[in-house]
Write a protein that binds this ligand. Structure first.
Ligand code: NDP
Ligand code: F7E
Length: 343
């Protein structure tokens, strides 16, 4: 395997070695706080956290458009937007996103929408010569039975998890597009692969959400109604790694200012818990005193998804927000906003 300490050129493809060099000659540096920074998906969980991080970091021209104003599936509109706005930097955090059930039920949407959004944004950004782009993928790009913790060079070494294979293929195509733009046009674009995320502005809808917001909502409602029991999906045995989205946003800016290379970079905490454990913790935090049951007719998905974050640590970044602290903040946010959430 090729790590940064033993960099060599390993070829033009989505590679099974960490590609640390592809001929792009770029030294990462501090971004210009007065340049235009477009955050695609700025109202979502990830995009809104990136906006908060950029504004706290002194960026003066952070721009975004809601999907109702600019549908990123509309190629002509995306090209017009880039031609008018001419952003110097782009964080691509707009996507069709959902939990295990949504991914499993609507694979066409997860494949087609995401391919279209990525192609349009990256083609338009390339046409305008955007200096720095970060594409956000997901840990589900790795094989279902990848060796744990999952290293970047596990990509394309095995079969995908079937509940989210369509979404994963779209994300793998995104990594390839970044690598292809680097190779053909020499633009220093990068990709980051976050683990499962949570935090403010998450999707808390019962059928569409990821597990952590689903459990916060379910246990909070049960606690308020003094219900005897709640029923979660699957067996509770799968293991997941949870990263607070403010940590992710910090990593996004850090990578844009400190990392350049064709390999996607894993972003996580380096530790995981079972779904049963996270359910018990959330039940405790919201004050639920009843029983927890498991509906094993619902899918478990990947048995374990824990990222190897040593490559990111080598670049100089590690997560700061503990799961306990992140959960406490997210439950607090949910309680303040539960009456105004998207369905
Ligand atoms: N949530 C997670 O656990 C993880 C997320 N990621 C990645 O992070 C990125 C963001 O995810 P997350 O923030 O959770 O998702 P959200 O659903 O919270 O936000 C996605 C955003 O994308 C925008 N969007 C979707 N479709 C379109 C469209 N056709 N045109 C314009 N905008 C559109 C939405 O805009 P609007 O609100 O205006 O409709 C929305 O704000 C994705 O690439 C995802 O793969 C990676 C790993 C884990
Ligand atoms: C980030 C990642 O997210 C998705 O993958 P996932 O990690 O499997 O997603 P999840 O958060 O929805 O579930 C995690 C685990 O939790 C269990 N579980 C229990 N009870 C609920 C529940 O109520 N809702 C949900 N959603 N899951 C539940 C559930 O059965 C599973 O075992 C990808 O499709 C893809 O989108 C992706 O990239």
């Amino acid at each position: 395997m090729v790590r940064s300490s033993e960099a060599r050129f390993v070829g033009h493809r989505v590679s099974t070695g960490i590609q640390t060099s592809d001929g792009v000659d770029f030294k990462p540096r501090e971004l210009d706080r007065d340049a235009t920074f477009y955050v695609a998906g700025h109202r979502g969980l990830v995009g809104s956290a990136i906006v908060r991080r950029l504004e706290a970091g002194g960026f003066n021209r952070v721009v975004g458009r809601a999907s109702s104003e600019l549908d990123l599936k509309d190629r002509g509109a995306v090209f017009d937007y880039f031609a008018a706005e001419k952003p110097a930097y782009v964080a691509l955090a707009a996507a069709k996103v959902g939990g295990i059930l949504a991914n499993n039920t609507y694979p066409v949407d997860f494949l087609s929408d995401n391919l279209r959004i990525q192609l349009n944004v990256m083609d338009a950004a390339r046409e305008q010569g955007v200096e720095r782009m970060i594409f956000l993928g997901s840990s589900c790009i790795y094989p279902k039975y990848a060796e744990q913790p999952i290293r970047e060079d596990s990509l394309l070494t095995g079969h995908l998890e079937p509940t989210n294979d369509a979404y994963a293929i779209a994300k793998i195509a995104g990594i390839m597009q970044v690598q292809a733009v680097r190779r053909q046009y020499g633009l220093p674009w990068i990709s980051a692969m976050p683990t499962n995320l949570y935090g403010p502005n998450d999707n808390f809808s019962p059928k569409g959400s990821h597990v952590l917001p689903a459990l916060i909502r379910r246990y909070d409602e049960a606690a308020r109604e003094e219900a005897d029991s709640v029923t979660n999906w699957g067996t509770g045995n799968p293991r997941r790694e949870f990263l607070h989205v403010d940590d992710l946003a910090d990593a996004v800016l850090y990578l844009m200012e400190h990392y350049d290379g064709p390999s996607q970079v894993n972003v996580g905490t380096g530790s995981d818990v079972t779904i049963r454990e996270i359910a018990e913790t959330i039940g405790h935090v919201v004050g639920f005193e009843g029983a927890t049951e498991w509906d094993t007719s619902k899918p478990d998905g990947t048995p374990q998804k824990l990222l190897d974050v040593s490559y990111l640590a080598e670049q100089g970044w590690t997560a700061q927000i503990s799961l306990e602290e992140g959960l406490r903040r997210t439950v607090e946010w949910y309680r303040e906003h539960r009456d105004e959430l998207r369905e």
